[in-house]
Design a protein. Structure first.
Length: 460
Protein backbone atom coordinates (compact mmCIF):
# COMPACT_ATOMS: atom_id res chain seq x y z
CA UNK A 1 0.00 0.00 0.00
CA UNK A 2 1.39 3.44 -0.93
CA UNK A 3 2.43 5.66 1.94
CA UNK A 4 1.36 9.29 1.94
CA UNK A 5 3.08 12.48 3.09
CA UNK A 6 1.49 14.77 5.65
CA UNK A 7 3.62 17.60 4.27
CA UNK A 8 2.02 17.09 0.86
CA UNK A 9 -1.45 17.13 2.39
CA UNK A 10 -0.65 20.34 4.28
CA UNK A 11 0.68 21.93 1.08
CA UNK A 12 -2.48 21.01 -0.81
CA UNK A 13 -4.64 22.51 1.92
CA UNK A 14 -2.51 25.64 1.98
CA UNK A 15 -3.03 26.10 -1.74
CA UNK A 16 -6.76 25.42 -1.51
CA UNK A 17 -7.64 27.56 1.45
CA UNK A 18 -7.83 31.33 1.37
CA UNK A 19 -7.11 33.47 4.40
CA UNK A 20 -10.12 35.43 5.53
CA UNK A 21 -10.62 38.36 7.86
CA UNK A 22 -12.32 41.70 8.28
CA UNK A 23 -11.55 45.26 9.38
CA UNK A 24 -12.56 46.32 12.90
CA UNK A 25 -13.78 49.90 13.10
CA UNK A 26 -14.44 51.38 16.53
CA UNK A 27 -17.70 53.32 16.30
CA UNK A 28 -16.84 56.77 17.70
CA UNK A 29 -13.81 55.02 19.24
CA UNK A 30 -14.88 52.86 22.16
CA UNK A 31 -18.00 54.67 23.39
CA UNK A 32 -18.78 52.02 26.00
CA UNK A 33 -15.57 52.59 27.97
CA UNK A 34 -14.82 56.25 27.18
CA UNK A 35 -16.82 59.32 26.12
CA UNK A 36 -17.46 59.06 22.40
CA UNK A 37 -15.18 60.75 19.88
CA UNK A 38 -12.69 61.89 22.50
CA UNK A 39 -9.00 61.13 22.20
CA UNK A 40 -9.41 58.83 25.20
CA UNK A 41 -12.11 56.92 23.30
CA UNK A 42 -9.99 56.68 20.16
CA UNK A 43 -6.93 55.58 22.13
CA UNK A 44 -8.99 52.95 23.93
CA UNK A 45 -10.22 51.50 20.64
CA UNK A 46 -6.75 51.49 19.09
CA UNK A 47 -5.28 49.83 22.18
CA UNK A 48 -7.91 47.11 21.88
CA UNK A 49 -6.90 46.38 18.30
CA UNK A 50 -9.28 48.47 16.19
CA UNK A 51 -7.91 49.05 12.69
CA UNK A 52 -9.89 52.29 12.32
CA UNK A 53 -11.92 54.57 14.53
CA UNK A 54 -15.03 56.22 13.20
CA UNK A 55 -15.70 59.93 13.72
CA UNK A 56 -18.33 62.42 12.53
CA UNK A 57 -17.88 65.90 11.12
CA UNK A 58 -19.86 69.12 11.33
CA UNK A 59 -18.74 72.61 10.22
CA UNK A 60 -18.64 75.49 12.66
CA UNK A 61 -19.94 78.97 11.94
CA UNK A 62 -16.45 80.02 10.89
CA UNK A 63 -15.68 76.94 8.72
CA UNK A 64 -13.79 74.71 11.13
CA UNK A 65 -14.43 70.95 10.92
CA UNK A 66 -15.70 69.88 14.34
CA UNK A 67 -15.61 66.25 15.50
CA UNK A 68 -19.07 65.51 16.84
CA UNK A 69 -21.91 63.15 16.05
CA UNK A 70 -24.59 65.65 17.11
CA UNK A 71 -25.16 69.02 15.51
CA UNK A 72 -26.42 70.22 18.89
CA UNK A 73 -23.74 69.93 21.56
CA UNK A 74 -26.18 69.68 24.48
CA UNK A 75 -25.85 65.92 24.96
CA UNK A 76 -22.06 65.69 24.94
CA UNK A 77 -21.08 69.05 26.51
CA UNK A 78 -24.15 70.35 28.30
CA UNK A 79 -24.18 73.45 26.08
CA UNK A 80 -27.24 74.01 23.94
CA UNK A 81 -25.31 75.19 20.90
CA UNK A 82 -25.69 74.23 17.24
CA UNK A 83 -22.27 73.65 15.66
CA UNK A 84 -23.04 75.51 12.45
CA UNK A 85 -24.28 78.53 14.42
CA UNK A 86 -21.33 78.72 16.82
CA UNK A 87 -17.75 79.90 16.18
CA UNK A 88 -14.89 77.49 16.84
CA UNK A 89 -13.40 79.81 19.48
CA UNK A 90 -16.51 79.16 21.58
CA UNK A 91 -16.90 75.45 20.78
CA UNK A 92 -13.32 74.59 21.78
CA UNK A 93 -13.98 75.86 25.32
CA UNK A 94 -16.75 73.28 25.85
CA UNK A 95 -15.73 70.29 27.95
CA UNK A 96 -16.79 66.70 27.36
CA UNK A 97 -17.62 64.14 30.06
CA UNK A 98 -13.97 63.24 30.73
CA UNK A 99 -12.79 66.83 30.77
CA UNK A 100 -11.43 66.87 27.24
CA UNK A 101 -12.30 69.92 25.14
CA UNK A 102 -14.17 69.56 21.89
CA UNK A 103 -11.82 68.63 19.06
CA UNK A 104 -11.47 69.80 15.49
CA UNK A 105 -10.41 67.40 12.76
CA UNK A 106 -7.10 69.31 12.67
CA UNK A 107 -6.64 68.56 16.39
CA UNK A 108 -7.13 64.84 15.77
CA UNK A 109 -4.74 64.78 12.82
CA UNK A 110 -2.12 66.71 14.81
CA UNK A 111 -2.34 64.30 17.73
CA UNK A 112 -2.13 61.14 15.59
CA UNK A 113 0.07 62.41 12.77
CA UNK A 114 3.15 60.50 13.94
CA UNK A 115 1.22 57.36 14.90
CA UNK A 116 1.05 55.68 11.46
CA UNK A 117 -1.00 52.67 12.60
CA UNK A 118 -3.95 54.88 13.55
CA UNK A 119 -6.58 55.21 10.82
CA UNK A 120 -9.92 56.94 10.56
CA UNK A 121 -13.33 56.36 9.01
CA UNK A 122 -14.84 59.81 8.62
CA UNK A 123 -18.57 60.39 8.29
CA UNK A 124 -19.71 63.54 6.58
CA UNK A 125 -22.89 64.73 8.29
CA UNK A 126 -25.02 66.53 5.71
CA UNK A 127 -28.50 67.97 5.71
CA UNK A 128 -31.11 66.81 3.21
CA UNK A 129 -30.30 69.91 1.20
CA UNK A 130 -26.61 68.96 1.07
CA UNK A 131 -25.33 71.50 3.57
CA UNK A 132 -22.70 72.42 4.51
CA UNK A 133 -21.50 72.68 0.95
CA UNK A 134 -17.83 73.18 1.82
CA UNK A 135 -17.35 70.21 4.17
CA UNK A 136 -15.63 67.99 1.59
CA UNK A 137 -13.19 70.66 0.41
CA UNK A 138 -12.27 71.50 4.02
CA UNK A 139 -11.68 67.80 4.78
CA UNK A 140 -9.63 67.27 1.60
CA UNK A 141 -7.41 70.24 2.44
CA UNK A 142 -6.64 68.88 5.91
CA UNK A 143 -6.04 65.34 4.65
CA UNK A 144 -3.54 66.62 2.09
CA UNK A 145 -1.93 68.97 4.63
CA UNK A 146 -1.36 66.16 7.16
CA UNK A 147 -0.55 63.52 4.51
CA UNK A 148 -3.38 61.28 5.69
CA UNK A 149 -4.57 60.07 2.29
CA UNK A 150 -3.65 56.45 2.99
CA UNK A 151 -5.00 56.55 6.53
CA UNK A 152 -8.59 57.63 6.01
CA UNK A 153 -11.84 56.37 4.51
CA UNK A 154 -15.10 58.22 4.16
CA UNK A 155 -18.65 57.04 4.67
CA UNK A 156 -21.87 58.94 4.39
CA UNK A 157 -25.61 58.70 3.90
CA UNK A 158 -25.12 61.41 1.26
CA UNK A 159 -24.18 60.04 -2.15
CA UNK A 160 -23.59 63.63 -3.32
CA UNK A 161 -20.96 64.04 -0.59
CA UNK A 162 -19.17 60.91 -1.79
CA UNK A 163 -19.35 62.12 -5.39
CA UNK A 164 -17.58 65.33 -4.39
CA UNK A 165 -14.95 63.38 -2.45
CA UNK A 166 -14.36 61.15 -5.46
CA UNK A 167 -13.29 64.24 -7.37
CA UNK A 168 -11.25 65.77 -4.55
CA UNK A 169 -9.64 62.60 -3.18
CA UNK A 170 -9.98 59.92 -5.86
CA UNK A 171 -7.76 57.36 -4.09
CA UNK A 172 -9.57 57.50 -0.74
CA UNK A 173 -12.21 54.76 -0.21
CA UNK A 174 -15.82 55.97 -0.24
CA UNK A 175 -18.44 53.90 1.59
CA UNK A 176 -22.13 54.54 1.10
CA UNK A 177 -24.24 54.07 4.24
CA UNK A 178 -27.39 52.30 3.11
CA UNK A 179 -30.30 52.72 5.47
CA UNK A 180 -32.44 50.79 2.98
CA UNK A 181 -31.73 48.21 0.30
CA UNK A 182 -33.68 50.40 -2.12
CA UNK A 183 -30.86 52.95 -1.99
CA UNK A 184 -28.30 50.46 -3.30
CA UNK A 185 -28.16 50.59 -7.09
CA UNK A 186 -25.78 51.04 -10.03
CA UNK A 187 -25.80 54.80 -9.54
CA UNK A 188 -24.36 54.17 -6.09
CA UNK A 189 -21.69 51.85 -7.45
CA UNK A 190 -20.49 54.50 -9.90
CA UNK A 191 -19.39 56.55 -6.87
CA UNK A 192 -18.83 54.21 -3.94
CA UNK A 193 -16.09 51.67 -3.34
CA UNK A 194 -18.05 50.00 -0.56
CA UNK A 195 -21.41 49.82 1.18
CA UNK A 196 -22.10 50.11 4.89
CA UNK A 197 -25.26 48.14 5.59
CA UNK A 198 -27.30 47.40 8.69
CA UNK A 199 -26.97 43.95 10.22
CA UNK A 200 -30.76 43.71 10.02
CA UNK A 201 -30.56 43.87 6.22
CA UNK A 202 -27.39 41.95 5.41
CA UNK A 203 -27.18 38.30 4.46
CA UNK A 204 -24.78 36.09 2.51
CA UNK A 205 -26.60 36.54 -0.81
CA UNK A 206 -26.54 40.35 -0.59
CA UNK A 207 -22.84 40.27 0.25
CA UNK A 208 -22.17 38.04 -2.74
CA UNK A 209 -24.03 40.43 -5.05
CA UNK A 210 -22.21 43.47 -3.67
CA UNK A 211 -18.84 41.79 -4.04
CA UNK A 212 -19.73 40.95 -7.64
CA UNK A 213 -20.27 44.68 -8.15
CA UNK A 214 -16.76 45.35 -6.77
CA UNK A 215 -18.12 46.79 -3.55
CA UNK A 216 -16.63 46.04 -0.15
CA UNK A 217 -19.23 45.27 2.50
CA UNK A 218 -19.15 46.81 5.96
CA UNK A 219 -21.78 45.98 8.55
CA UNK A 220 -23.10 48.10 11.37
CA UNK A 221 -25.55 47.17 14.08
CA UNK A 222 -27.91 49.58 15.81
CA UNK A 223 -25.07 50.36 18.20
CA UNK A 224 -26.45 48.15 20.95
CA UNK A 225 -24.81 44.93 19.75
CA UNK A 226 -23.20 42.59 22.24
CA UNK A 227 -20.70 39.77 22.03
CA UNK A 228 -23.34 37.26 20.93
CA UNK A 229 -23.94 39.29 17.78
CA UNK A 230 -20.47 38.42 16.57
CA UNK A 231 -21.27 34.73 16.52
CA UNK A 232 -23.61 35.43 13.63
CA UNK A 233 -21.62 38.16 11.87
CA UNK A 234 -18.35 36.26 11.89
CA UNK A 235 -19.74 33.57 9.58
CA UNK A 236 -20.52 36.11 6.85
CA UNK A 237 -17.88 37.09 4.25
CA UNK A 238 -17.86 40.71 5.43
CA UNK A 239 -15.03 43.16 4.82
CA UNK A 240 -15.49 45.14 8.01
CA UNK A 241 -17.65 45.91 11.02
CA UNK A 242 -18.43 49.27 12.60
CA UNK A 243 -18.91 48.36 16.25
CA UNK A 244 -19.25 49.73 19.77
CA UNK A 245 -17.21 46.72 20.93
CA UNK A 246 -13.79 46.91 19.23
CA UNK A 247 -12.16 44.55 21.77
CA UNK A 248 -14.68 41.84 20.97
CA UNK A 249 -14.28 42.55 17.28
CA UNK A 250 -10.52 42.12 17.57
CA UNK A 251 -10.93 38.71 19.24
CA UNK A 252 -13.09 37.45 16.38
CA UNK A 253 -10.90 39.14 13.79
CA UNK A 254 -7.87 37.28 15.11
CA UNK A 255 -9.76 33.97 15.14
CA UNK A 256 -11.03 34.44 11.60
CA UNK A 257 -7.78 35.83 10.21
CA UNK A 258 -5.84 32.90 11.60
CA UNK A 259 -8.40 30.51 10.13
CA UNK A 260 -8.54 29.43 6.51
CA UNK A 261 -11.62 28.50 4.54
CA UNK A 262 -12.50 26.71 1.37
CA UNK A 263 -15.89 26.66 -0.29
CA UNK A 264 -17.04 23.12 -0.98
CA UNK A 265 -20.24 21.32 -1.98
CA UNK A 266 -20.80 17.68 -1.17
CA UNK A 267 -22.94 15.38 0.97
CA UNK A 268 -21.24 13.70 3.90
CA UNK A 269 -22.08 11.23 6.65
CA UNK A 270 -20.82 10.90 10.22
CA UNK A 271 -19.31 7.40 10.45
CA UNK A 272 -18.93 7.03 14.20
CA UNK A 273 -20.45 5.24 17.17
CA UNK A 274 -21.07 8.45 19.07
CA UNK A 275 -22.91 11.68 18.32
CA UNK A 276 -20.81 14.72 17.46
CA UNK A 277 -21.20 18.22 18.83
CA UNK A 278 -22.10 20.96 16.38
CA UNK A 279 -21.25 24.61 16.96
CA UNK A 280 -22.57 27.99 15.95
CA UNK A 281 -19.17 28.77 14.48
CA UNK A 282 -15.61 27.39 14.65
CA UNK A 283 -14.31 30.46 16.49
CA UNK A 284 -16.28 30.10 19.72
CA UNK A 285 -16.81 26.46 20.66
CA UNK A 286 -18.79 27.36 23.80
CA UNK A 287 -21.81 28.08 21.58
CA UNK A 288 -23.13 24.60 20.94
CA UNK A 289 -26.01 23.61 18.71
CA UNK A 290 -27.94 20.38 18.15
CA UNK A 291 -25.73 17.28 18.11
CA UNK A 292 -25.14 15.31 14.92
CA UNK A 293 -26.16 11.67 15.27
CA UNK A 294 -24.14 8.70 13.92
CA UNK A 295 -24.83 7.93 10.25
CA UNK A 296 -26.56 11.30 9.82
CA UNK A 297 -26.02 12.87 6.39
CA UNK A 298 -25.62 16.60 5.72
CA UNK A 299 -24.70 18.85 2.82
CA UNK A 300 -21.32 20.50 3.44
CA UNK A 301 -20.81 24.02 2.09
CA UNK A 302 -17.53 25.13 3.63
CA UNK A 303 -14.36 23.73 5.13
CA UNK A 304 -12.83 25.89 7.87
CA UNK A 305 -9.43 25.32 9.42
CA UNK A 306 -9.32 27.00 12.86
CA UNK A 307 -6.93 26.56 15.78
CA UNK A 308 -5.49 23.34 14.42
CA UNK A 309 -8.80 21.63 13.63
CA UNK A 310 -10.92 21.23 10.52
CA UNK A 311 -14.65 21.98 10.60
CA UNK A 312 -17.43 21.44 8.07
CA UNK A 313 -20.28 23.89 7.72
CA UNK A 314 -23.47 21.81 7.59
CA UNK A 315 -26.09 24.55 7.82
CA UNK A 316 -26.66 28.22 8.54
CA UNK A 317 -24.38 29.03 11.48
CA UNK A 318 -23.83 25.34 12.15
CA UNK A 319 -20.44 23.60 12.06
CA UNK A 320 -19.10 20.18 13.00
CA UNK A 321 -15.54 18.98 13.43
CA UNK A 322 -14.59 17.17 10.23
CA UNK A 323 -13.06 14.08 11.87
CA UNK A 324 -15.23 11.04 11.26
CA UNK A 325 -17.31 12.82 8.62
CA UNK A 326 -16.91 11.09 5.23
CA UNK A 327 -17.97 12.17 1.79
CA UNK A 328 -20.86 10.01 0.67
CA UNK A 329 -18.85 8.67 -2.26
CA UNK A 330 -16.40 7.26 0.34
CA UNK A 331 -19.06 5.83 2.63
CA UNK A 332 -19.29 2.39 0.99
CA UNK A 333 -15.58 1.70 1.33
CA UNK A 334 -15.35 3.19 4.85
CA UNK A 335 -18.38 1.65 6.56
CA UNK A 336 -17.15 -2.01 6.75
CA UNK A 337 -14.41 -1.08 9.23
CA UNK A 338 -16.71 0.49 11.84
CA UNK A 339 -17.08 -1.58 15.03
CA UNK A 340 -14.42 -4.05 13.93
CA UNK A 341 -11.22 -4.91 15.79
CA UNK A 342 -7.75 -3.97 14.66
CA UNK A 343 -4.25 -5.16 15.48
CA UNK A 344 -0.74 -4.20 14.49
CA UNK A 345 0.58 -5.38 11.14
CA UNK A 346 2.89 -8.36 11.59
CA UNK A 347 5.77 -6.64 9.81
CA UNK A 348 5.75 -3.65 12.19
CA UNK A 349 7.00 -3.36 15.76
CA UNK A 350 4.67 -0.51 16.71
CA UNK A 351 2.17 2.01 15.31
CA UNK A 352 1.79 5.65 16.31
CA UNK A 353 -1.50 7.04 17.66
CA UNK A 354 -2.53 10.53 16.48
CA UNK A 355 -4.95 13.14 17.74
CA UNK A 356 -6.81 13.51 14.41
CA UNK A 357 -6.49 12.77 10.67
CA UNK A 358 -6.32 16.48 9.67
CA UNK A 359 -2.81 17.86 10.41
CA UNK A 360 -2.24 14.98 12.84
CA UNK A 361 -0.05 15.32 15.90
CA UNK A 362 1.56 12.30 17.52
CA UNK A 363 0.26 11.11 20.87
CA UNK A 364 2.49 9.60 23.54
CA UNK A 365 1.25 6.01 23.26
CA UNK A 366 1.63 3.38 20.52
CA UNK A 367 -0.05 0.21 19.35
CA UNK A 368 2.20 -2.79 20.10
CA UNK A 369 2.24 -6.40 18.90
CA UNK A 370 -0.47 -8.51 20.48
CA UNK A 371 -2.66 -5.50 21.32
CA UNK A 372 -6.12 -5.11 19.83
CA UNK A 373 -8.46 -2.15 19.73
CA UNK A 374 -12.10 -1.51 18.82
CA UNK A 375 -12.77 0.81 15.87
CA UNK A 376 -15.12 3.59 16.99
CA UNK A 377 -14.98 5.92 13.98
CA UNK A 378 -13.67 5.84 10.41
CA UNK A 379 -12.28 8.60 8.20
CA UNK A 380 -11.14 8.48 4.59
CA UNK A 381 -9.00 11.49 3.81
CA UNK A 382 -7.36 11.89 0.40
CA UNK A 383 -7.82 8.16 -0.28
CA UNK A 384 -6.12 7.23 2.98
CA UNK A 385 -7.85 5.34 5.76
CA UNK A 386 -7.90 6.51 9.37
CA UNK A 387 -9.37 4.50 12.26
CA UNK A 388 -10.31 5.90 15.66
CA UNK A 389 -9.96 3.92 18.89
CA UNK A 390 -10.28 4.95 22.53
CA UNK A 391 -6.58 5.82 22.54
CA UNK A 392 -6.61 7.91 19.37
CA UNK A 393 -6.43 7.67 15.58
CA UNK A 394 -4.33 5.13 13.69
CA UNK A 395 -3.31 5.04 10.05
CA UNK A 396 -5.09 2.24 8.23
CA UNK A 397 -1.82 1.33 6.54
CA UNK A 398 -0.30 0.38 9.93
CA UNK A 399 -2.90 -2.15 11.06
CA UNK A 400 -4.77 -5.34 10.21
CA UNK A 401 -8.55 -5.52 10.46
CA UNK A 402 -10.01 -8.55 12.22
CA UNK A 403 -13.18 -9.38 10.31
CA UNK A 404 -15.49 -12.20 11.31
CA UNK A 405 -16.11 -14.22 8.13
CA UNK A 406 -19.80 -14.56 9.06
CA UNK A 407 -20.35 -10.82 9.64
CA UNK A 408 -22.15 -8.33 7.41
CA UNK A 409 -19.06 -6.14 7.59
CA UNK A 410 -16.96 -8.87 6.03
CA UNK A 411 -19.50 -9.40 3.26
CA UNK A 412 -19.56 -5.67 2.59
CA UNK A 413 -15.77 -5.60 2.48
CA UNK A 414 -15.71 -8.51 0.02
CA UNK A 415 -17.91 -6.56 -2.39
CA UNK A 416 -15.32 -3.80 -2.64
CA UNK A 417 -12.98 -3.72 -5.59
CA UNK A 418 -9.26 -4.17 -4.89
CA UNK A 419 -8.76 -0.42 -5.40
CA UNK A 420 -11.41 0.36 -2.77
CA UNK A 421 -9.80 -1.81 -0.09
CA UNK A 422 -7.64 0.48 2.02
CA UNK A 423 -6.48 -1.91 4.76
CA UNK A 424 -5.06 -5.40 5.19
CA UNK A 425 -7.35 -7.88 6.91
CA UNK A 426 -7.30 -11.02 9.03
CA UNK A 427 -10.18 -13.50 9.36
CA UNK A 428 -11.52 -14.88 12.61
CA UNK A 429 -12.45 -18.40 11.50
CA UNK A 430 -14.92 -20.30 13.69
CA UNK A 431 -12.97 -23.52 12.90
CA UNK A 432 -9.79 -21.99 14.23
CA UNK A 433 -11.52 -21.00 17.45
CA UNK A 434 -12.66 -24.60 18.04
CA UNK A 435 -9.17 -26.00 18.48
CA UNK A 436 -8.54 -29.55 19.53
CA UNK A 437 -5.78 -29.31 22.10
CA UNK A 438 -4.07 -32.41 20.72
CA UNK A 439 -3.89 -30.80 17.27
CA UNK A 440 -3.23 -27.25 18.42
CA UNK A 441 0.10 -26.83 16.66
CA UNK A 442 -1.35 -28.17 13.42
CA UNK A 443 -4.29 -25.77 13.57
CA UNK A 444 -2.02 -22.84 14.36
CA UNK A 445 0.04 -23.60 11.24
CA UNK A 446 -3.10 -23.83 9.12
CA UNK A 447 -4.42 -20.61 10.61
CA UNK A 448 -1.14 -18.83 9.92
CA UNK A 449 -1.14 -20.10 6.33
CA UNK A 450 -4.79 -19.08 5.83
CA UNK A 451 -4.15 -15.68 7.48
CA UNK A 452 -1.27 -14.86 5.14
CA UNK A 453 -3.33 -15.94 2.15
CA UNK A 454 -5.91 -13.29 3.12
CA UNK A 455 -3.18 -10.69 3.40
CA UNK A 456 -1.85 -11.55 -0.05
CA UNK A 457 -5.33 -11.39 -1.54
CA UNK A 458 -5.86 -7.95 0.04
CA UNK A 459 -2.62 -6.69 -1.44
CA UNK A 460 -3.44 -7.93 -4.95
Amino acid sequence: MQRFSFKKISLVFALWWLACGFTVIGHRGDPIKQPEETIASFNQAFSEGANYVELDLHVSQDNVLVVSHDRNLQRITGHNNIVSQTPWATIKTFKQANGEPMHSLADIFTYYQNKPNTKFLIETKKTKKGNPQNMESLAAALINQYHMTSRVMFHSFSLASLQTLKTLLPTVPRIFIAGSLKRINFETFATSTGVNISSELVNAQIIKQLHAANQKVYVWDHMNENADRWNWLVNLPIDGVVTNYPATGKQYQDAKTQATTKKVSFDATLLSNTAAISYENPYNLTLKKTTVQPLATYHVTQLVWSKGHAYYQIGTNRFIEATGVNRNEDFTRAEPYLNQTLQLRTDLTQAQFYNQPYAPQSLAHRLLPGQRAHIEAVQILNDNLWLQTKKGWLKGSDVLIDFDQNSANWRAYQHLTPHQKLALVAIKSSKILQLNTKKQNKWQMLAYFHYNQVIMKSIL
